[in-house]
Design a protein around this ligand. Structure first.
Ligand SMILES: [Zn+2]
Length: 321
């Protein structure tokens, strides 16, 4: 399908105003309504896709960055530095885990913007790359979602959300032996277990994962294994910002970093374009040296970010949800 993202984004501002006005029709005061309109239009306008693209370019300088390597360590430190530069409260969580190739060291990077209601949403992306691929950049998998998340952190820092926002950058998503038990999803499993063990999971309203969301020919799909309520929020949000055509629900499951969160009872959803290839419908760039910068686009980063930012507005800023 041939889509015209520039045109769509051009008409977006007009749509936002009318849709936000419609949403505000319920029992909200004009003041509240205006505040929400300001937040949504400002966030989406402020998200700079060129900056996000440059974040991806900077990250792939550390490739290959598969878990346990020097590249992964440098990438994690780079992400931590970026969050700190944005003024986000951030830390590196270094831990060991068993893999089919022995014990490895992993580094999750976690940033937080506190809210006021004691609850949190998690925005997630992995940053490691698949091992064993020559000349691998991992621009789409996992650069695209990491770049988006960093740019989101930069713009959300200037807001005061009602519900706190956690930016989770996971290490060790990629499996080395085909996602057998205990292989891959190391960072996300570690974080989900921490939230379960500490009892904090009850305060997590949603976990939104992005993965492979920079394809020039963007088709965001949502695996069946995801929380129904969040799928509703996603479709509603995509519709509101005029980007509904980019999103489709799948009837199959995908093993990705949202899964460990679902398994501990945290509502979670995965936005993934698992057709990253040389022609529509193909996924032949995935896990090959063709996963390069020239096959992703700033426009696609903006489309994904626009939809997710509208979800964030619903979940963390909307006053009556
Ligand atoms: Zn991958």
């Amino acid at each position: 399908m041939n889509k015209k993202p520039i045109f769509r984004l051009f008409v977006l501002t007009g749509l936002l105003l009318s849709c936000s006005a419609f949403w505000g029709c319920k029992e909200k005061s004009d003041e509240k309504k205006q505040t929400e309109e300001k937040v949504v239009s400002r966030l989406i306008v402020e998200f700079d896709e060129e900056r996000a693209f440059r974040e991806v370019e900077d990250l792939i300088e550390f490739s290959p960055r598969d878990a346990g390597t020097r590249g992964a360590n440098l990438a994690a430190n780079h992400i931590l530095s970026r969050l700190t530069e944005f003024g986000i409260q951030a830390e590196m969580d270094t831990f060991e885990d068993n893999t089919p190739h022995g014990v490895k060291t992993f580094h999750n990077v976690v940033g937080k913007i506190p809210g006021t209601d004691g609850h949190w949403i998690i925005l997630g992306s992995h940053f490691d790359t698949m091992s064993g691929i020559d000349n691998f950049q991992g621009a789409n998998d996992s650069g695209s979602s990491t770049g988006i998340l960093l740019e989101m952190a930069r713009i959300l820092k200037n807001t005061q959300p009602r519900t706190g926002i956690i930016f989770a950058f996971f290490d060790g998503e990629e499996a080395v032996a085909g996602y057998v038990q205990g292989d891959g999803l190391h960072g996300s499993r570690h974080m989900a277990q921490q939230l379960r063990n500490s009892g904090e999971r009850q305060f997590i309203k949603a976990m939104i994962l992005m993965d492979m969301v920079g394809d020039r020919d963007l088709n965001i799909t949502v695996p069946q294994n995801g929380t129904a309520e969040l799928k509703k929020v996603l479709l509603h949000s995509a519709n509101t910002v005029g980007l509904r055509d980019y999103v489709a629900l799948m009837t199959t499951d995908i093993t990705d970093d949202h899964k460990p969160f679902l398994e501990v009872g945290i509502p979670a959803i995965d936005l993934i374009d698992f057709r990253f290839g040389s022609a529509p419908g193909l996924n032949d760039y995935w896990h090959t040296e063709n996963d390069r910068m020239e096959h992703i686009s700033a426009e696609s980063l903006k489309i994904t970010a626009t939809i997710v930012l509208e979800m964030v507005r619903n979940l963390a800023f909307e006053t009556d949800r």
